[in-house]
Design a protein around this ligand. Structure first.
Ligand code: NDP
Length: 456
């Protein structure tokens, strides 16, 4: 647990310090979201939807300001940050448009009775714990469906995103979310554990590391609370022998550098036919080397700093260790001179099963390229990690690629694209990438009471 202090990762300058939640206030927060719940669930869904539309409008109207804020907070280049703001807005709109229909009463085959109906209902106050890599989008995935369904929310954001957490809180309340229906807290992990254990809280959703996920899931399990976890990933990007190597390598390079490589579903492992590795690596290297890093608030910047110096040092250390253990570094991995949490993007080959880089998630601008001699070898390698978030297969032969995609042990398999996220599509993983789903109708099915009423 770090303090709620925002630091510009491009300069190292501390921006603001935020007051942390007092232990004595924890119960008061829980009391507020509990007392607000009956009124919120009784509010017509159409009214809740209208509030979400106003949230979306505020994101769109304030896009430049919101993008600049996370650029200085966690280093995302403003052009990408504006894309994230638009994506978050689209999620609030999607739930405003489709959410009320997903709540309507469903009449089942009565099976010997007069009537059997199922109604989707809220379950009560929830806790959300969010990470710094997509400050607006991660919150939207949790908040939009749950506000629409009628749940109330305590939200703990990552400490380095305290300022964007503050602005989101203001946006929600200005749009009409009652003060006690959404409460932003600058809480410690211990306070979050106490909240999860409290009988007033009905569920917890966390996006972040395995360590954080295991910790909250343990508390949730002990207290019989539902948990949704969206954790790490080490996605495979599988190139088949018929694919256009230069073009797919360019796509892979760009995808890997998005958000400085700090995405759970970034293509971290590229799996390429052995005889194509040299060409693939050369395109990756030239694209990485041509991508200058710079000030994330500058609209021309394509690669910003990592989220913090500590995060950058961790990734640089993973690269250094891979080389020490025998991998080949083709470019990057070094820390450039000057201030800020910058790291030159790296390409590694020759990573073998006995090396840490084979199984660890690398949360930064590092591509690991593997050569394989068959499709079976590619699939085995792709599945040989503890994660199972997403993966992609690239080929001109769609049917063949789809068959291979179906063999990936993931929550999201793509053909000729990687990591597309849309409000109506499910998002989530299997294995140690977590459990539960966000977005679409699935995201509205997690923290609900699917209530049966049967009349004999
Ligand atoms: P964390 O998982 O530590 O942080 C994510 C959020 O979880 C933060 O709000 C954090 O708060 C909170 N958290 C952490 N531990 C607990 C706990 N025991 N109880 C309650 N809340 C907790 O991620 P880091 O920022 O440390 O990043 C480390 C690694 O996590 C990355 O390298 C990456 O592998 C993974 N990660 C994955 C993400 C994803 O999108 N799936 C997003 C971010 C990180 P606090 O900082 O106060 O502890």
């Amino acid at each position: 647990m770090t303090a709620y202090v925002t630091t510009n990762p491009a300069t190292g300058k501390t921006e603001r310090t935020f007051p942390e939640l007092d232990d004595a206030a924890v119960s008061d927060v829980l009391g507020r979201v509990t007392d607000a719940y009956p009124g919120w669930r009784a509010t017509p869904a159409a009214d809740r939807a209208q509030i979400l539309v106003r949230v979306a409008e505020a994101y769109e109207a304030r896009s430049d300001e919101l993008a600049a804020l996370i650029a200085t907070e966690m280093g995302k280049p403003v052009k990408e940050a504006a894309g994230e703001v638009a994506l978050a807005a689209s999620i609030y709109r999607w739930y405003a448009e489709h959410g009320p229909d997903l709540l309507t009463r469903e009449t089942l085959d009565p099976q010997g009775a007069q009537e059997s109906v199922v109604q989707t209902e809220p379950i009560g106050p929830l806790v959300g714990v969010m990470p710094w890599n997509f400050p607006y989008y991660q919150v939207a995935r949790f908040v939009a469906p749950n506000l629409l369904v009628g749940n109330t929310i305590v939200l703990k954001h990552a400490p380095i995103c305290a300022a964007s957490a503050e602005v989101m809180d203001e946006i929600f309340h200005t749009a009409g979310v009652p003060d006690d229906v959404y409460v932003n807290v600058y809480a410690t992990n211990e306070q979050i554990a106490d909240m999860i254990a409290d009988p007033r809280i009905q569920g917890i959703s966390l996006t972040g590391s395995e360590r954080a996920g295991a910790s909250v899931a343990e508390t949730a399990g002990r207290n019989l609370k539902k948990a949704v976890l969206e954790l790490g990933g080490s996605d495979a990007f599988i190139v088949l022998d018929d694919a256009d190597v230069a073009r797919t390598a360019k796509v892979a390079a760009r995808a890997r550098l998005m958000n400085g490589g700090q995405a759970c579903n970034s293509p971290k492992r590229m799996i390429v036919p052995t005889d194509k590795v040299e060409e693939f690596v050369s395109v990756l290297v030239s694209t990485f080397e041509a991508t200058e890093h710079g000030d994330p608030t500058d609209s021309g910047t394509r690669l910003g700093p990592l989220s913090s110096v500590a995060a950058r040092d961790g990734v640089a250390e993973q690269v250094r260790r891979a080389v020490e253990q025998g991998a080949t570094l083709h470019t990057g991995g070094e820390v450039p001179d000057g201030d800020g949490a910058f790291l030159r993007p790296a390409v590694l080959t020759g990573v073998t099963k006995d090396m840490d880089a084979y199984s660890e998630e690398i949360f930064g601008p590092v591509a690991v390229v593997y050569g394989v001699d068959s499709v079976d070898e590619a699939v085995t390698l792709a599945n040989d990690v503890s994660y199972g978030l997403s993966g992609s297969v690239w080929s001109g032969d769609i049917e063949r690629a789809q068959e291979i995609a179906d063999r990936l042990e993931v929550g999201m398999a793509y053909v000729n694209e990687h990591g597309t996220t849309l409000p109506g599509l499910p998002f989530g993983g299997v294995k140690r990438s977590g459990f539960g789903r966000e977005l679409g109708r699935w995201g509205m099915g997690e923290f609900v009471n699917t209530r049966l009423r049967r009349t004999a």
